[in-house]
Design a protein around this ligand. Sequence first.
Ligand code: ZN
Length: 337
Amino acid sequence: MSPDSRLRARALSAPRLDRHDEQRQKGDWLSRIWEHPSTRVLRIDQGKAPINGASDPATAALSNTEPRLLLTAPQGELPDTALYIGEVSIEDGGSFPEGAVPGHVVAVPISNSSAGNGRVFQAQTTTWESLRSIGHLLPAVEAELLTHATALTGWHASSAFCPACGGVTEVRSSGWARVCTRCDEVHFPRTDPAVITAVIGADDCLLLGSAVRWDARRYSTFAGFVEAGESLESAIVREVKEEAGVVVEHVEYISSQAWPFPRSLMLGFLAHTNDACATADQEEIREVRWFTRDKLRDDVTSGAIALPPRSSISHALIAHWYGGALPEQDPDSASPI
Ligand SMILES: [Zn+2]
């Protein structure tokens, strides 16, 4: 599959889940789902979910085991904190854990205070992992489940009070809304747009930057939040000018990636510039470098630089420019990363 196809696949693969946005607004939807024999429960403890199988990529490769979400049947009464996530399609359900019939998934946030009825079920082989650490190793439908659950539980954890009047809010719509008990304002989960862009010069070289907070050898694309009242294009022009000192002439949208840490949506672009001279701002970006494809391959295989993780949209944008799978560090090179 070409990088371009992978990017398109990333964008088009969603949704694998049916969120039942009309049904979930009904007051008894969640309680009916809870009683359904095919329903499965995904427990979330401060952004982490129970995982069966090897979570470490190296271990997974050696043992040929694939990490999977631990989904369990509902037990007891419907918890007050339960949130509807979605229904897994028949096609995706064929590979569902434990051979379970495809069905609805309900997220139940737990905490240390409820650990007695939360983590007690876990087997010795179960570890608790975040979407950030495990998402790229899960089957696509399970990664989508965990993405939704991470975003929704994160929103509820910070939305107990009304931003309009400070009143206490209560859950509605099976977890997809909260209403203020004082002013009746209805609140929905919000998403913060952020742009991420690969900068390409007139000579088809790629400009990458190394952020001040990273290991000095790590290079990546440029990213930043969209500010209030700003268009996506304006945000890219501003961010690239600020961080790398080059003027963007035009941009093209490629794909997006949900990034619920806590609630971002990464919108991926290519940005084209005629400027050859680039300068790091020294505040966010320590250094910027132009790469030909040969230079990028040589620097990565030698360990002189490291690229972003394979699961990131940044990696996909760089691969899009590169024209194929990105090189990896040669294990025999002298500089381990
Ligand atoms: Zn209010």
